[in-house]
Design a protein around this ligand. Structure first.
Ligand code: 13P
Length: 262
């Protein structure tokens, strides 16, 4: 079995002017001084406007940068959008794609997420693909079917990429984040059992789309009200390889405690 390096990522959402970014990152780099980057990978995703500031502050640290979205074209007449090459130049390693807030408020679909995944791979960014069911879907027993559809939709759109079936290597390095919508920003995390069940199903879907080795090597994050007092039990589960943290990543001490899960 592959050893998967835990990945702890902070999604700042629409928080962080440049001065706030400077304050948070200087506190965070101090708080995380003792973390061995070989043992855990740390990522922060500030808003576009703070990426350059963050890149400068993190230049000599092992903390990596993620963007929260991209447009699938490298350039063009798309007012208000930002492309992969621009994010790469700003210092990003990762890009979060298909977050439920983007699906919910900005009409993203499995198809647009698939285009963005292709673009990220083309532009040399590692996608963190978000999936997750609504409360209604969970209560009606549709969770695993919804997640399966979202994963297949993001990774396998024959119209967009007929080659994908033959090229599981293209999927190396991507990250999937399971974020149940009912757990985001609510203080009500999925239980470790609930999260583990979905993560195991995601790994099985990945195995059927790619190869058992790729599925085994792919990191699966849990997101949704991850806090210092819930992270340890989640991280103890075999298929939970990290966390995508919203609110608790905006405070250096709470995010540092999450990174230092036991
Ligand atoms: P919270 O941790 O604030 O629930 O947000 C989770 C999330 O959406 C991370 O992408």
């Amino acid at each position: 079995m592959a050893t998967r390096r835990p990945l702890l990522a902070g999604n700042w959402k629409m928080h962080g002017t440049r001065s706030e970014t400077e304050r948070l990152l200087s506190a965070l780099t101090q708080a995380l001084g003792g973390v061995n980057p070989a043992q855990r990978e740390i990522v922060v995703a500030p808003p576009f406007s703070a990426l350059e500031t963050a890149a400068r502050l993190l230049a000599d640290t092992p903390i990596r940068l993620a963007a929260q979205n991209l447009h699938w074209e490298p350039h063009g007449a798309f007012t208000g959008e930002v492309s992969g090459p621009m994010l790469k130049e700003a210092g990003c390693t990762y890009v979060i794609l298909g977050h439920s807030e983007r699906r919910q408020y900005f009409a993203e679909t499995d198809e647009s997420v698939a285009r963005k995944v292709r673009a990220a791979q083309r532009d040399g960014l590692l996608p963190i693909i978000c999936v997750g069911e609504s409360l209604e879907e969970r209560e009606s027993g549709a969770t695993l079917a919804v997640i399966d559809r979202q994963i297949r939709g993001a990774l396998q759109d024959p119209e967009l990429d007929p080659e994908l079936d033959q090229a599981p290597a293209a999927l190396t390095g991507l990250v999937i984040a399971y974020e149940p919508i009912w757990a985001i920003g609510t203080g009500r995390s999925a239980t470790p059992d609930q999260a583990q069940e979905v993560h195991a199903a995601i790994r099985a879907t990945l195995g059927s789309l790619t190869s058992p080795a790729t599925a085994d090597a792919t990191r699966l994050l849990y997101g949704g009200s991850v806090k210092p007092d819930t992270v340890d039990a989640l991280m103890a589960r075999p298929d939970i390889d990290g966390a995508l943290v919203g609110g608790a990543s905006l405070q250096a001490d709470s995010f540092a405690r999450i990174v230092n899960f036991r």
